[in-house]
Design a protein around this ligand. Structure first.
Ligand code: PGA
Length: 261
């Protein structure tokens, strides 16, 4: 059986006090759900406070971005070492909001993925097409380009520590979720790319999450697809009740991964 992974991306929400309240409720709510991995990614300013509250709990900590250098004159940036220092295990990289609003390129994202791995963080690499690209029937081409360039020449031992997140840009924060079939098509395509670039073992090991308007009432249908192994949740992750329900729905529908050699 695949073990689901649910990641909450809090984006630019929550003061330290609000983050503390939210994480305490989530902690209590998912406490007994031991058959699912849960990660929360608060804003940088709340990482230390949330890390303290997560000590001894099953929930792990992630950051929403980082710079690729360990330290130096990079005003405003946060390094992988700083994220390790504050007990992060994961880091989201290449989110479409970073690509669109902050001009991050596939090449830049690749240096971040490589740096995260070098400093023992697990990258959650986001890929996904815009609505325009989907309508022009370029979704697969665009995702392949992101896959190729963001991963670059990572070796197999590095690749197996990467988590992929398929996030169609048109589904993020819009209330418009990809259908389970649309998600499954792209997820199985990504698995095929992993098989071609690496091996069937890597294709089976790398987790592929879906992201884009995930809610308690669509999680089960998405998770019922054999190649969907979890979710990257934005809006619904900053409301404790909906996030807890998403975790609960992810657990009840997990199925064997359907990758065929
Ligand atoms: P959303 O965001 O769940 O609010 O659509 C997902 C994401 O951006 O990771």
């Amino acid at each position: 059986m695949k073990r689901p992974l649910i990641v909450g991306n809090w984006k630019m929400h929550k003061t330290i006090r609000e983050a503390t309240t939210l994480v305490n409720i989530i902690k209590a709510g998912v406490h007994k759900m031991t058959d699912c991995d849960v990660v929360v990614c608060p804003p940088f300013t709340a990482l230390a406070a949330v890390a303290m509250l997560l000590e001894g709990s099953k929930i792990e900590l992630g950051a929403q971005d980082m710079y690729s250098e360990p330290e130096g004159a990079f005003t405003g940036e946060i390094s992988p070492l700083m994220l390790k220092d504050v007990s992060c295990r994961y880091v989201i990289l290449g989110h479409s909001e970073r690509r669109q609003t902050f001009g991050e390129t596939n090449e830049r994202i690749h240096t971040k993925v490589a740096a995260a791995l070098k400093y023992n963080l697990l990258p959650i690499l986001c890929v996904g097409e815009t609505l325009q690209e989907r309508e022009a029937r370029k979704a697969f081409e665009v995702v392949k380009e992101q896959f190729d360039h963001c991963l670059g020449n990572l070796i197999a031992q590095e690749m197996e520590r990467v988590v992929l997140a398929y996030e169609p840009v048109w589904a993020i924060g819009t209330g418009r979720t990809a259908t389970p079939d649309q998600a499954e098509q792209m997820h199985s395509y990504l698995r095929r790319l992993l098989n071609e670039k690496y091996s069937s073992t890597i294709a089976e090991r790398v987790k592929i999450l879906y992201g884009g308007s995930v809610k308690p009432d669509n999680m089960a249908q998405l998770m019922a697809k054999p190649n969907v192994e979890g979710a990257l949740v934005g809006g619904a992750s900053i409301k404790a009740e909906s996030f807890i329900q998403i975790v609960a729905h992810a657990r009840t529908t997990n199925m064997p991964t359907a990758f065929k050699r």
